[in-house]
Ligand binder design. Structure first.
Ligand code: ADP
Ligand code: GLC
Length: 522
């Protein structure tokens, strides 16, 4: 069965205002501004939004007074509540920006008060429907350098006191979209404000022609190897990596991988030179949203103690997806952006084996047309056993994790990955490649780990069809041993990916960044 649903969907709490510890040392409060292009529940194209949405509340419990800065994209602007103008500034090319302050909508079940957000109201830059980065033909917007330079300048203005009632001590930018913030702060007058920069995905770098340098409002001296120049072009990602005080990425293994030529996307040398400022902090899961015991979006709730609901979820999912209602057929699922990164050509290559082995496959994703078409053909070849829904559907993703037996994430590279974590917590065994955060979060079922009850999924090593297919065969074989399967599933569901630990790590990085204002040459 093949279905289509819309591409991108619009989908936490004001921490107590404890902004009076000017030192911001551990034990006191740190005022910080998170800067990201997307945020759950308002606008999401991938895991970045989940993390940006969860961090403010998590950091509040770690003693950080966190506000967020967001571009005025329609879904974000429409979702902001009680918005009021707090100031304005002009971009280097003369365009005015109003800065609004409002509240993010609370996620049902979340504790705490609403998170305060600053929004850049600049309709000329942001008032476009659909994907935040690309037009309807999936081409990056021609003015993306301006759209995201505005985010950097917005961060600098808020950090320099645009809102008379609150200013952060520190800025935390996410991915290339926020990469210019540290450069903007460095090249404007005022006391130094440290920036922590998090790499969610080094593959997307925000590279633009050197011709636009004059529009960015940065001095020509920034365009050099010790700056934002990258092979004769401008790299927003490199600006973030170079000018930030501290760099984090989203898993310990990815922090090591990006320092190698294989995974460094040309930035491994810079990352190696900054290794003392670089750390890997594993992403966590917001269990107010992702918890099968309380999830309002699934057919039946269930928990590790009471699993009957999961069978109901599986039956409901098979019906919804047009798969045969075989309760004993292992249901493999993919919830993913359809891109090269995710290794889905392996899934395509393994479909016939998977179906011959008695399995079913359901794919929810959108992106690459060739992948959409190829999965569509597979669904036609195997009616009732393979199903595809093209599109982006948050609620369906929940129903899939709840009904699924195996979550496939055979990525070429994976900075952290969240779907394998959702799979674990929903009792869907992750089948993953040992790379990035996948390697850090899934324990392969082998004789030893089955014996000592530490196994949580199936892990394969090399990015090859042969290794992937063997992993599928191992999953099918394990499924035929219900007691072993149940044991692995139970261990997976008991994993703790809560935010408390990650928030403590971020806080330690912030504390280390605050006194560190000397590294950047003037
Ligand atoms: P990435 O950020 O590289 O896309 P992650 O695994 O970190 O990968 O996060 C992906 C997030 O996006 C998860 O919350 C996943 O459920 C969600 N997601 C991906 N594709 C879809 C889709 N087609 N429909 C609904 N949710 C999706
Ligand atoms: C990126 C990565 C993904 C990670 C997510 C959130 O999109 O591709 O691996 O989980 O960011 O950090």
């Amino acid at each position: 069965m093949i279905e289509r649903s819309p591409h991108c969907q619009a989908t936490p709490s004001l921490p107590p205002q404890r902004a009076d510890d000017a030192l911001g040392r551990p034990g006191g409060d740190i005022r910080l501004l998170q800067v990201s292009a997307e945020i759950y529940p308002l606008l999401k194209t991938g895991g970045l939004a989940d993390i940006a949405g969860a961090l403010p509340a998590a950091l509040a419990t770690a003693g950080c007074d966190t506000r967020v800065l967001l571009p005025g994209l329609p879904a974000i602007r429409d979702g902001l509540r009680d918005a009021q103008a707090v100031g304005q500034f002009s971009l280097p090319w003369g365009e005015p920006v109003r800065v609004l302050r409002g509240k993010l909508p609370a996620v049902p079940g979340a504790a705490g008060s609403p998170v305060l957000a600053y929004l850049l109201d600049a309709p000329g830059l942001y008032d476009r429907p659909g994907n935040p980065y690309e037009d309807a033909q999936r081409r990056p917007y021609a003015d993306n350098h301006r759209r995201f330079a505005a985010l950097g300048w917005g961060a600098a203005h808020v950090a320099r006191g645009l809102d008379p009632s609150w200013a952060p001590q520190l800025v935390h930018g996410h991915d290339w979209h926020a990469g210019l913030a540290a450069a903007c702060l460095k090249f404007t007058a005022g006391p130094p404000v440290p920036v922590v920069f998090t790499v969610h995905n080094l593959a997307y770098q925000g590279i633009f022609s050197a011709d636009v340098l004059g529009e960015l409002g940065l001095p020509v001296s920034a365009f050099q190897i010790d700056g934002l120049e990258f092979h004769g072009q401008i790299s927003f990602m490199k600006a973030g990596l170079f000018y930030a005080s501290k760099i984090t990425t989203v898993s310990p293994t990815y922090a090591r991988e990006i320092q190698t030529p294989e995974q460094g996307f040309g930035l491994d040398g810079l990352l190696r030179s900054r290794r003392n400022d670089l750390s890997g902090i594993l992403n966590a899961v917001d269990t107010t949203i992702w918890n099968p015991a309380t999830d309002p979006l699934i057919a039946r709730t269930y928990s590790v103690e009471q699993m009957t609901g999961k069978a109901r979820c599986k039956a409901a999912l098979q019906t919804e997806a047009g798969l045969q209602p075989h309760k004993d057929a292992p249901l493999f699922t993919v919830v993913s952006r359809l891109t090269e990164q995710k290794g889905l050509n392996l899934v395509l290559a393994g479909i016939d084996d998977l179906v011959q082995g008695g399995g079913q496959l359901l794919v929810l994703g959108s992106g690459d047309h060739a992948l959409e078409t190829a999965f569509g053909h597979a669904a036609q070849r195997h009616p009732g056993a393979v199903a595809l829904r093209v599109g982006y559907d948050e609620a369906y993703a929940h129903r899939i994790f709840a009904g699924s037996d195996v979550t496939l994430v055979p990525s070429r590279f994976e900075p952290c990955g969240l779907t394998q974590l959702y799979g674990l917590l929903y009792g869907s065994l992750p089948l993953v490649r040992a790379v990035g955060g996948l390697a850090d979060t899934v324990v392969d079922a082998d004789l030893a780990t089955l014996d000592d009850h530490t196994a949580t999924g199936i892990v394969f090593a090399s990015f090859s069809e042969a290794d992937y297919r063997h992993a599928v065969r191992r999953a099918l074989a394990l499924y035929r041993q219900p007691r072993a399967w149940a044991r692995v599933r139970q261990t997976g569901m008991q994993q703790n990916f809560s935010w408390a630990q990650a928030a403590r790590h971020y806080r330690a990085v912030y504390a280390a960044a605050l006194p560190d204002l000397s590294r950047i040459p003037t």
